[in-house]
Design a protein around this ligand. Sequence first.
Ligand SMILES: [Zn+2]
Length: 474
Amino acid sequence: MAYTKKEYKDLINRMNRKMKIPNGWYKFVKKVAENQNFIVKSKGICTCKNCNTEFKSNKKVNEYEKCPNCKNTYLIKRNTYGLHYIKDVVILLDKFEGKWVIRLFEIFTEYTRTRIYHSKAVEYGRIYLGKEELHFANNRVASFMGNTYINHKQDGKEWRLYNNIYYGCGGWNDDGIIYPNNIEELCKNTKFKYSQLWTIAKENKYMHIKELLKKKYASTEMLAKMKLYKLATQAWKFNKKGSFKKRFGVDKGFCDFMVENNIDLEELEILRRYKKKDIEEIRFLKEFSESQLDEIEKYMTLEKFANYAKNKKNFDIDLYLDYINFLKELNIDLNNKRNLFPDNLEQKHSEYVEQISIKNNAKLCKDINKRYNQLEKNSYSNNNFFIIPAKSILELEDESKQQNHCVRTYAEKYAKGKCDIYFMRKNEKPNKSLVTIEVKDGKIAQSRLKNNAIPNDTQKKFLQKWEKEVLKVA
Ligand SMILES: [Zn+2]
């Protein structure tokens, strides 16, 4: 049962004639515009760009702060800001010929260093929940390079279907700030008369109004009455009969905790697996995806993870999961807390990246062995010392560990023949590192002891002799 073109033209014309804007709307929209603002911080002093009040604050740039004068909460920005553009969608609900209409408006504020411009809220779209769901756009809607934007300079008088054919896009979504004050009146004498949708709208800036209007769910009213206002915005997910546990996926013992913190769906999902009444940790954990947390739970409890990660500055979970995989690959003990919860994650991570890339490279191992066979003829000794070429990656790693330097990174250069690496040691302690030697073009390029110290005279003499008698001859 599709509408004909004429039918929907008539429909939109009738809407244009009959639908009204409620009185409270303008005050509401003004408040939305007022919230399109920020606080500037310079030399420890904050200035509210809404009311120009100056005040002191310990909050940093990119944190939110409440202005002591206008009492609005804004994001703090640096005073070197350039052009700023803040826009919101505002939603006005209406009923027309017994059907719901979701009216979409856009409002923006533009800041430059010298000027503030607040736009009017202009209507650009409508979602009509009739026998079919119809989406309309007016001539303010423009498409450019696959993106849709609203041209505030247009009059908005011409309407057409907002669909794939004309716009290459499936329709509007209802992500917007909803005007709450006319909803109770609109619900009167309808099946939504007990729905509490108006209460939910007052308690939430955003709600999924379209979904909640398409069908009446008993859970909408129930959640609002329980004061679980955030869960109520997705009430259809809880429209199950039976026990508390069946409905929410957690024991009834968590009910008070859930209400007290007005938890949202993401928090509930964490609570289902975390099962601990600690809202701070739940809110920390909800920043991560389900699959990330699944991965984490293979190695530790979420509680231990939260304890470790929440105090880390700029904690990066991808880096951490990477790191755990390195531990596995390198056969490092995962049961050891010092390995599982490193103090300096970034540093440990990059250390292991290097080790793994070397270890994984089978070709590198083979090449190094080849180099050893080529250079073995340059081995040298006297009564006191001997010199041998590096035989394997393991030997290189061992040397760098003992010497506290980075010969490990030379492995690749060594394998490719760009340099030669030798170890000079004492005859009586053949396994103990003494001098690490880099040779290039038949000459000693570098010789280093532990902590990059330089060889003493006896050691130097032996090295010079070797260079002269073996390297230069070779
Ligand atoms: Zn203010």
